[in-house]
Design a protein around this ligand. Structure first.
Ligand code: FES
Length: 297
């Protein structure tokens, strides 16, 4: 303080205030740009994502935050070191006046800085929320009822890939055929393997007394491990083999898995024979078809 007249000191204080305000504006603008870029990034994620736009916006988000923090630390935080000479203990009038002004300046400074702190919190918070979006999106769409629904329904005729109906006299014992519901030949979700291990009715589990008329059994062809088509029937052991990871399913006990990674049986389609001797479904599958991770219970 010594060595300056009060007027000079006032001018110097005014210059310092203006410089600080300018830097505060710069820091505030940086945080605001970062905040807006985070919001824009969220919108881009929400609408399905676009790699280049995401990269550019992420650059702006992090660049704005980084620039603002560095500018704050460099220009708005007192740098020191400060040395104050100890002179007489009683303060002269001009020093008291300078102290009062400094206090007032500090008060308004604190108020302005608290706004910057809130802005910084907003920018960091928005960025934190945005970083969750890729994880949420990577979970994929909700399966809803889709996993329970195939094109099989009550009365659907079993048809070959060419759309022709399957008659009950079609297969000999040991025969196997890929079938679909009538009108949906070739559908991946509804593909079903039809096997004839015997001529007489087969009961694979309690409650399925009518599901295997005249020795015909039908199981979903979509493997319960990872969804490969289960297409190999070993007549000797009465087992179905999935070629992808060698899961084996016991045909006569409801396609229970007896070997390999498949976690649950292949769903069985309840069969019946119509008045003309064609094979039909009594209903659709009563459980989700496909990989084990679809199972709820
Ligand atoms: S997909 Fe069938 S055993 Fe892996």
């Amino acid at each position: 303080m010594s060595g300056f007249t009060p007027d000079l000191e006032l001018n110097q204080n005014e210059i310092v205030k203006q410089v600080e305000r300018r830097y505060e504006r710069i820091v505030g603008i940086s945080f605001t740009i970062s905040l807006l870029a985070s919001i824009a990034l969220g919108v881009v994620f929400w609408q399905g994502g676009q790699t280049q736009a995401e990269g550019a916006l992420l650059f702006v988000v992090l660049g704005g935050l980084g620039f603002g923090i560095v500018a704050w630390g460099k220009y708005l935080v007192p740098q020191g070191p400060y040395v104050q000479e100890r002179e007489e203990l009683r303060s002269p009038a001009d020093e008291k006046q300078a102290f009062v002004e400094s206090l007032e300046r500090g008060e308004s400074l604190l108020l302005r800085r608290s706004f910057l702190v809130k802005l910084l919190g907003g920018a960091v918070g928005a960025f934190g929320i945005i970083t969750l979006f890729p994880f949420i999106r990577s979970l994929g769409p909700q399966p809803k009822k889709m996993l329970y629904v195939t094109n099989w329904k009550k009365g659907s005729h079993l048809v070959r890939p060419d759309g022709s109906k399957v008659h009950v006299s079609e297969l000999e014992v040991g025969g196997v055929l890929t079938v679909f519901p009538e009108g949906h030949a070739g559908g991946a979700i509804s593909q079903t393997i039809l096997i004839r291990p015997a001529f007489q009715d087969i009961v694979t589990k309690p409650g399925r007394e009518t599901w295997g008329p005249q020795g015909y059994l039908a199981y979903s062809k979509v493997c319960t491990h990872a969804g490969c088509p289960v297409g190999l029937y070993q007549e000797l052991t009465q087992q179905l083999l999935c070629p992808c990871h060698q899961s084996l399913f016991d045909v006569l006990s409801g396609a229970n898995p007896v070997f390999g990674p498949a976690p649950r049986p292949l769903p069985q389609l309840p069969l019946a024979v119509d008045s003309k001797g064609y094979l039909i479904a009594q209903s659709g599958y009563n459980e989700p078809i496909g990989p084990g991770f679809w199972e709820r219970a």
